[in-house]
Design a protein. Structure first.
Length: 254
């Protein structure tokens, strides 16, 4: 007797994802359009070193991301946000529930597009790429005459799914749950930290990467070398689930 393989997301979230994949395919070139955007990896092969720092580095990365999305980077203005409040007040005093700013924001004025990014994103290349890909997908949606499934309430989630559609899913998925141990010898503090980036959960990113792989015919094996353990396990399980439930993706192939 075989164990039943289930998706890592619930039925309602799965239905919304598949509807949104249909919406993306309808408006961005179908399967041929999807395959025109290869799956990208957090490697210097896909994203060469800038040799720069600070705002100049962030601007270089924005140009790279925009060009891979087929967007002219010239109309974009990149602004670094103010640093977050440091929660470490003293070696044994850590302020709890300190508010932190968003990873990035997007706004438009005429033909200009303004993106702000957190300093912590600028310092982390992979998170910077994920944040910029998400924000640049906002003006890409301007070309679509109808809202994504779920309307305005779910637009940010649909924007994350577009990040996966356009090949940046590993970046978004890795940033969606980042658990790590830290030690600061300067303050004598140590412990563990959890960071969340974006709107989709790691389970949902894993499902999105599995859907994309089945639709494009891409091998999921290389994902293992670039995804964190949670994202890889989610992707692998959802890929196997979709192998055994081929009817789920049939409406997307037509």
């Amino acid at each position: 007797m075989f164990w039943k393989i289930s998706a890592t997301i619930d039925t309602g979230d799965e239905e919304w994802q598949l509807e949104t994949w249909r919406w993306l395919l309808d408006h961005f070139g179908g399967l041929e359009g999807l395959r025109a955007y290869p799956l990208l990896f957090p490697s210097h092969g896909d994203f060469p070193k800038s040799g720069l720092s600070g705002k100049a580095h962030a601007g270089f990365v924005l140009s790279q991301v925009a060009e891979k999305l087929g967007i002219d980077p010239a109309p974009f203005e990149l602004i670094e946000q103010e640093p977050d409040i440091d929660p470490v007040a003293a070696p044994l005093a850590v302020v709890q529930n300190v508010p932190s700013g968003p990873a990035g924001t997007y706004s438009a004025q005429g033909n200009r597009h303004r993106i702000t990014v957190s300093p912590r994103q600028v310092a982390d290349l992979e998170q910077l790429i994920a944040t910029l890909a998400h924000e640049i997908c906002h003006p890409i949606f301007f070309s679509v005459p109808e809202p994504p499934p779920g309307g305005e309430e779910l637009e940010e989630f649909a924007t994350d799914l577009a990040v996966a559609f356009f090949g940046f899913g590993i970046f978004g998925g890795n940033g969606s749950f980042n658990f790590q141990q830290f030690r600061d010898d300067g303050t004598g503090t140590q412990g563990w930290s959890v960071q969340r980036l974006g709107y989709l959960t790691q389970n949902e990113w894993g499902y999105a990467l599995a859907v994309r792989a089945h639709l494009t015919g891409e091998d999921i094996a290389p994902i293992k070398d670039h995804a964190n353990d949670g994202l890889w396990l989610n992707t692998k399980k959802n890929f196997r689930y979709l192998e055994r439930n081929t009817d789920k993706l049939e409406p997307l192939r037509s």
